[in-house]
Design a binder for this molecule. Structure first.
Ligand code: MN
Length: 292
């Protein structure tokens, strides 16, 4: 059954995650046959461990891989991607706090956009364990491949795949996870997402205790509590709506522009062209010949 595993793992009375509407899946599946605008997203998920959930829409649901280190723009850096259960299409724009149960932690919509398969038959490519595709997101673009490793990595049997960037203008040595760490939906970081919910949600049962993820969560809970305290203070002191957090936060378009500019710069540096100079040229010519 469609989304069966997804539904088995979750209790929808205690999780804010979408339940997965089978009618939505059917409607998307029939739209998908026309072959336009397939959705993709990457959700940064701080649970018992930090990982990036890479999702590609196919037949009305989201094929999903958990990528512990996140995608790399460097073709030489192959990233382990564990194939996990299909997720509902509606899950793709979910961002928020899962207070308890499976996947408990914080989910951030780290990137989203559309994907285009580079092979005609997606099912055949998946079966073969070699899916090539093009991404058009805010942070991830260009040609990529997911290759099944046959369990040589991480001991996950046939669930182990590698996510690899192909060499093109969108490849580069920028550490994209570090350079563009925030949400493309809210522009927030984990603490902002938690502060928008209930920072005290894990008073007792933290999804990550100790280790790297535990330390990260500890700091995020403290920051979220501080943000929330500052926000209620700021709201009382000034007009409502203009919060301390939103004042400090750059807009989504700024992030998008910065990321695109940096990626272009990297691509330009690699290909030997000077995009920024080329972009300035028309204005300079205009000034140089005012009478023309
Ligand atoms: Mn996850």
């Amino acid at each position: 059954m469609v989304l069966e595993k997804y539904k088995q793992k979750r209790n929808f009375t205690s999780t804010p995650e979408p339940a997965g509407d089978l009618e939505v899946a059917a409607a998307r599946a029939s739209k998908g046959r026309s072959g336009t605008g397939l959705f993709f997203c990457v959700q940064k998920h701080l649970a018992s461990h930090l990982h990036y959930d890479f999702r590609l829409e196919h037949k009305g649901v989201l094929l999903s891989w958990a990528v512990p280190k996140g995608p790399s723009l460097d073709p030489k850096t192959k990233r382990l991607a564990m194939h996990v259960e299909d997720h509902p299409y509606e899950y793709g724009t979910f961002e928020g706090v899962i207070p308890e149960g499976y996947g408990a932690g914080i989910v951030m919509l780290w990137d989203q956009g559309t994907w285009t398969p580079e092979s005609e038959d997606i099912d055949a490519a998946l079966k073969k364990g070699d899916l090539k595709f093009t991404l058009d997101g805010y942070k991830l673009k260009g040609s990529w491949v997911l290759v099944r490793t046959g369990g040589r990595w991480g001991g996950g049997g046939d669930r182990s795949w590698l996510l690899i960037k192909h060499k093109d203008d969108w490849a580069g040595d920028v550490d994209i996870a570090e350079f563009a760490p925030r949400s493309v939906k809210s522009d927030g970081d984990f603490e902002d997402i938690l502060a928008a919910d209930k920072p005290d949600v894990w008073q007792s049962h933290r999804p990550a205790k100790g280790g790297e993820a535990g330390e990260m969560l500890e700091a995020i809970i403290a920051k979220a509590a501080a943000l929330k305290a500052g926000r209620s203070g700021a709201a009382a002191a000034s007009r409502p709506g203009k919060t301390a957090a939103s004042a400090k936060t750059p807009t989504r378009s700024t992030t998008k522009k910065a990321t695109t500019a940096r990626a272009s710069k990297t691509a330009a540096a690699k290909s030997g062209t000077r995009k920024s100079a080329a972009a300035k040229a028309p204005a300079a010519r205009k000034r140089a010949k005012p009478s023309a």
